[in-house]
Write a protein that binds this ligand. Sequence first.
Ligand SMILES: [Zn+2]
Length: 149
Amino acid sequence: MTNTQAWITLVAGFALLAVQQVYSQEAIVPKPVATIPYRPPAVPAINPQPPAKPRWTVPPAQYDRTFNGPLLITVVSTSDELKQRCFNFNTPGMLGCAQLYAGKCEIFLLPDELIRERGWTTGLMIRHEIGHCNGWPGDHPGLRDHVER
Ligand SMILES: [Zn+2]
């Protein structure tokens, strides 16, 4: 093989690599696909009013923080189901409970509309129950007003 033939072979090889690169880049360009616009289903607006009744719902500062372990929140359908899921703990007007076991916390709550009917919000309930997840005793020592003063 002469020097000229070697150069031609080398240049042809680079040209072939360049052509392959261009074609391989074109191959990964996605083609436009016609889609049907998604419209989320209509959801009735909730009333974002602050809770009327509960004043003393928030755990003391030492328990009023995020729970860092595994957390499962389950919304049950009825008060009877809530009572059943909360080990038959029966407090009149109970809206939820928290159970801590093996570093995991499970919260059971009534549906938002039932919680709101009683003047609370699901957000406040979760804050309250997470306090229990963090070790706040069930007799609620140091309960605080949820309104910042
Ligand atoms: Zn509680």
